[in-house]
Design a protein. Structure first.
Length: 367
């Protein structure tokens, strides 16, 4: 299993690794930036953690080719039967390295398309070049994959339309990464109108629209609170420190990066994610599992999580005005928020239980 964040192996793929181990498989979990706790967490699941250095952001060809070389050496040493790779660089360079090393079966999990494929994130010519490069590399890498798993039909159709896949027989669409319903349990909705957004502080996550809407509502509803969990991620789309501090000075509560988001979700009445594009947003599923109404965008990956007016509200991406109106609706109609929270819990149990999603992934891996 190849990832771009060591922590995601435990936080996002822990139940999947556990199920692989239960089936008697030998699992090597490779990623950059292991610390002691993450290494111990992977080992506790029964897998063997392996550090593979990777430049997570940027388009430095020398760094990426060095990453590919390291992967070839890893695969030749481990001799895996299957490679399961997720996120952009592990998928691209993992697929290419695995074929060079003679790995028998290649499974790519497309968890989101990122900066290069998201319109309206700035960057101009640099973003266009990044998109062309990413498309070319995906075409080379995914032509070698046995299975390509998408988390929403929009991403699937984009790749098909762009000629990035060999044929339709490679493809499956799964229900995101799933959520552990034993870990994220329902919590009572607080009476106070507390809104929460979780995510890296990137323009494409809709954090500026959230801040704009929140500050406008704060002026009309001083009792309302608007919280933001996340961190500034290096890259061209990140929110500046001065911009963040200006939001904080005007009343947005920045909670930073949290190892455990459950207390923040439990303290919130409404969860908000105005992202421009996702695979399937994990934070939304976590909030749904804890019984929160959701306000998100009618954008790829996000729209699948919400049935309009049932478990939440959908707004156009990049519209702070529409987002503000949706948030104000749930301030003014708390009874709707409560009913939507109950519907979120029903929806996540029916569709996004991590064991159900892992069965979909393992079916593709073991075919």
């Amino acid at each position: 299993m190849l990832a771009s964040h060591a922590a995601s192996l435990v936080n996002f793929r822990g139940p999947l690794i556990s199920e692989m181990i239960r089936r008697g498989w030998r699992v090597t979990a490779a990623a950059p930036d292991f610390d002691h706790a993450t290494r111990a967490g992977v080992a506790a699941l029964g897998a063997r953690p392996v550090e593979v250095p990777m430049a997570r952001t940027g388009m430095n060809p020398l760094a990426d080719l060095a990453y590919r070389k390291s992967l070839i050496a890893l695969f030749r040493r481990e001799q895996p039967d299957v490679l399961l790779a997720y996120t952009i660089k592990p998928v691209i360079w993992g697929m290419l390295a695995a074929r060079a090393a003679g790995v028998g079966r290649l499974v790519a999990l497309i968890t989101g398309l990122g900066y290069a494929f998201t319109d309206g994130t700035g960057g101009g010519l640099k973003r266009v070049i990044a998109g062309v490069m990413a498309s070319t590399l995906y075409r080379l890498a995914l032509g070698r994959a046995d299975r390509v798993l998408f988390q929403n039909p929009d991403d699937r159709d984009l790749f098909l339309g762009g000629g990035l896949l060999r044929d339709r027989g490679q493809i499956a669409v799964i229900d995101g990464s799933g959520v552990d319903l034993d870990h994220y349990r329902p919590a009572p909705l607080p009476d106070a109108p507390v809104f929460l957004m979780i995510g890296r502080l990137l323009g494409a996550k809709g954090v500026r629209e959230y801040a704009t809407a929140a500050l406008a509502l704060k002026a009309r509803h001083p009792q309302a609170r608007f919280q933001l969990v996340g961190w500034r991620d290096p890259g061209p789309d990140t929110v500046g420190e001065d911009e963040l501090q200006a939001w904080i000075a005007r009343g947005i509560e920045h909670l930073g990066r949290l190892d455990d988001v459950r207390p923040a979700i439990a303290a919130a009445r409404v969860y908000v994610l105005p992202s421009y594009r996702e695979g399937t947003p994990r934070s939304v599923l976590e909030a749904m599992a804890m019984g929160r109404p959701i306000i998100t965008t009618d954008a790829p990956g996000c729209r699948e999580t919400v049935v309009e007016g049932v478990n939440g509200l959908r707004v156009p991406p990049r519209s702070a005005v529409a987002l503000e109106a949706a948030m104000e609706r749930l301030i003014q109609h708390p009874d709707q928020a409560a009913a939507m929270g109950e519907a979120s819990l029903e929806r996540v149990r029916a569709r996004y239980d991590v064991h159900r999603v892992n069965a979909q992934i393992l079916s593709a891996v073991a075919d």
